[in-house]
Design a protein around this ligand. Sequence first.
Ligand code: LLP
Length: 418
Amino acid sequence: MELLKEYNPYLEYKNGELHLEGVSLKALVEEFGTPLYVYSASYIKDRFNAYKEAFPEALICYALKANFNPHIARLLGELGAGADIVSGGELYLALKAGIPANKIVYAGVGKTERELREAIEADILMFNVESRQELEVLNELGKRYGKKVRIAIRVNPDVDPKTHPYIATGMRKSKFGIDIREAEKEYEYASCLENLEVIGIHCHIGSQILDVSPYKEAVEKVVSLYERLTEKGINIQYLDIGGGLGIKYKPEDKEPTPKELAKLLEPILSKVKAKLILEPGRSITGNAGLLLTQVQFLKDKGDKHFIIVDAGMNDLIRPAIYGAYHHILPVKDEGRQLIKADIVGPICETGDFLALDREIQRVERGEYLAVLSAGAYCFAMSSHYNARPRAAEVLVDKGEVKLIRKREDYGYIFAPSF
Ligand code: LLP
């Protein structure tokens, strides 16, 4: 029981049945079917407020990529969040969700000219620029629009965030940002470009960071750059230190809190006059959500057990591509005997699994499983692979239930082709 609360304090078994914010998950699957994503609004609010409390002066730009359901974006916008965006689609969403343009920052190594133009037209707070060419293109566009385009340079501080290599972004070899050792030169160059206004420094070292110590090293490097730039008369008004705080996936994981991060960074940031920006994604929505799936078949091959469910790698791809662990529980807990099984989806790939060799209660065909920590990078990374309609999404808020994305149907998948 206690373990559940460590994932999400609004998650509990009541009379042997899993509930989120007081709502029976069984009732939800009966109403909306499976696979079904369910998110807790109270959890999202608590998480955002924890950032606000730990960093009261900072602008918290929620990283929309983690979960871009418009209702969730709107909820965070109403709490005062800005947005960290990475595409024209996310800009569109942020604005539609009511997030003011002056709270939007835009990262990404491959922004197209159309995307850059749209963001200039919207007058976003700043572009987190990732290459010299991007600086030049923005300068040219600024001229065309008769505007000074506000920019930060995304610097790559070359620190190891000790996370999965696919989501470590701040190491020299990665495609992101500009090498921090080259940064001063790039800042001098950018300052000379007439249609740019240099206002910030950006860095983001990676994602799912459970041990916060790499932030110290990264922010120290960034602050040292800030000081050098200030001496040169380059007026840095924003220090954007990215996102990345990890969440509990495995029962033994310990989540770092925004407060811990604030405490670690306080001595380094105390000499900085610029406004701080953070870009959390996963740590706000990750453990707000779970994925409900129905057991289709049970199959034994010798002493190997398979639990075949109706959620596949198209619904939740993290185990397949990062070998990610997601805790899985039966919606109905009857304290049954534990078995070890592979929990797999219906897709025609061996990589289509939610868990391998997982200890779980002996479940039956037709019952439901809850895949935890599924509020970030789960629905967001889902696809139509195998011509599968994407899942529905539901938001629960203190007993209230709102369908925030309808289940797709076959017609929806094929509409662009006919
Ligand atoms: N800022 C920038 C520039 C980013 O690239 C990211 C994430 C974030 C903020 C938010 O990071 P977070 O606080 O969520 O860790 N699909 C992977 C995660 C990819 C993260 C990409 N960038 C996964 O499922 O683990």
